[in-house]
Structures are given as C-alpha cells and as structure tokens.
Design a protein around this ligand. Structure first.
Ligand code: PHE
Ligand code: CO
Length: 270
C-alpha cells in the first residue's frame, strides 16, 4: 500500500459484531423472500461465476447467513473475508478494506415495506449481491486491485473517475458469454426489477467495455441505469485495469464528461 496514504480514521472503528441470534423471524423472512425472488429469476440471467459463488459459499434461502461462518468459507476459497459494518464507511477506509481483501457488509436488513427499493446497501444487497463474486479468483483479485487503486486515486484527486468504474462494473456490470448476455453486477442481481430491465428492456444502452469511456460517464443513483457496459471476460476486466491509471486520469481531465444515456460513434453496441 502506498506509504503516503494516511487514513482519516482507524478502520477498526467501523467494524461491528452483530449477534446472529438477534435477527428476528421477520428479518429472516425478508431474506427468504428476496432470495427466492432472485432464485426464480437469475438462472439464465446471472453469470455462471455468480451462481457458482452462491452455491460454493452456501448462501441459501434459509435465512440471513451467519457472518463468521460465511467469512470462513469465503476465506478458504479466495482469502477474502467479510466484515460487518453499520453502513457506508469513509472512502479511504473502504479502499483500505478492499486492498486487504476485506469486504464490508452492512449488517441490517431492509424492512418488509422496502422490498423493491432501497437508497443504501443492506445485508441482502451486500451479501447476496457482492459476496458470491468474491469467491471467484479473478474477480477477487480485481476487487483487491480496485482498493489499492482507490487509495492511489485519493492522492491524485481522481476519485470521481474511479467511482464510475466501480459503478459500471462491480455494481452494474454485464458480461457477454457463449450462452448469451449475463449479469455480474451486485446492484442488478440484488434487484428484481433491474435484473429484468438490464437484459430484456430495449431502452437501455448495452455498450462494449471501454475503460476511459466508462470513467468519463456519469451515472444515476435514483433509477435503473440508462447504459450498461459489457465485458467479454473477467480476465479482460482485470487486464484492462492493471496499468497505472495516473496518465489515464490526466487524459480524463481533458475529456468532456458524458451523460448516463449518451452513445458515441465509437461505442460498440450490443
Ligand atoms: N491499475 C489501477 C491504478 O493504477 C488500479 C486499479 C486496478 C483500479 C483495478 C481499478 C481496478 O490506479
Ligand atoms: Co454494492
């Protein structure tokens, strides 16, 4: 990790120890409903790596998983662990966790009346959406590299660019596979409506992955995405993001910002 990065706060300050036995039957029922809705939808829509991850980790319909047990299984797969937190943490702390193969998971779960829409991540989004992909070795390495890149971007004042990459890959990424277009983004797989919208609705753009183009593009946080970016493979994603971004950030500062729905002549359209 770059030595010049001094964290704003002790990263341990955000870690909580939720008591799994304290989850109520209503909370487990919320998990079950959300899980079953997605289980009915995702075969044929989510990528194999995501579905394999759910199975390998034993993330299942029965209820909110025990964090410690899940963490132990995940660690055995790729060395990643999950840590429970109250909610969003400062950027530098978040990057520090990722750089050390720790994924922060919000411990609380949404209320029954919030099944379809939430502004902030909850345990279902974080565990069901993000954790299965961390069991994939290439994706796990990408997430660690992203964390290290985040600490570096902070020092270069380039967080706005790097945040868009997270958004359009980790949260809302699509992948073109031999069987067809599939979802890997956590924001999609944890949302019933967007799991359908991103693949079946003719409105949104589905554009070929282009690193600088993505980092130029604003995104919406209040509605389904107007554009999704499609990778060919996780190896492609990892390789494209491996170079030092410092010159890319210089280039991006010279480029115009793009709106979420913009389509350029050079875009590959799916
Ligand atoms: N290679 C990037 C850099 O030098 C770090 C990074 C890796 C960023 C993977 C995002 C994803 O900044
Ligand atoms: Co998320």
């Amino acid at each position: 990790m770059p030595a010049e990065v001094k964290l704003s706060t002790d990263p341990d300050d955000f870690i909580v120890k939720p008591d799994w036995n304290a989850y109520t039957e209503t909370e487990h029922a919320t998990w079950r409903t959300l899980f079953q809705r997605q289980a009915a939808l995702l075969p044929g829509r989510a990528c194999r790596e995501f579905l394999d991850g759910l199975e390998t980790l034993g993330v299942a319909a029965d209820g909110i998983p025990d964090f410690e047990r899940l963490s132990d299984v995940l660690e055995g797969e790729t060395g990643w662990r999950i840590i429970a937190v109250e909610g969003l943490v400062p950027d530098d702390v978040f990057f520090h966790y990722l750089a050390n193969r720790r994924f922060p998971v919000t411990w609380w779960i949404r209320k029954p009346e919030q099944m379809d829409y939430l502004q902030e991540p909850d345990a279902f989004h974080d565990i069901y959406g993000h954790v299965p992909m961390l069991a994939n070795p290439v994706f796990g390495d990408y997430m660690e590299a992203y964390g290290k890149g985040g600490l570096k971007a902070l020092g270069l004042n380039a967080l706005n660019y790097l945040a868009r990459l997270y958004w359009y890959t980790v949260e809302f990424g699509l992948i073109d596979t031999a069987e067809g277009m599939r979802i890997y983004g956590a924001g999609i797989v944890s949302s019933k409506g967007e799991s359908i919208h991103c693949l079946d609705d003719p409105k949104p753009n589905r554009l070929g992955f282009d690193l600088l183009r993505i980092m130029q593009t604003n995104y919406r946080i209040d509605d389904y995405q107007e554009s999704y970016f499609v990778i060919d493979s996780f190896d492609q994603l990892f390789a494209a993001t491996a170079p030092d971004f410092t010159p890319y950030y210089d280039e991006l500062r010279r480029r115009p910002m793009l709106k979420p729905g913009d389509v350029l002549d050079g875009d590959k359209r799916f």
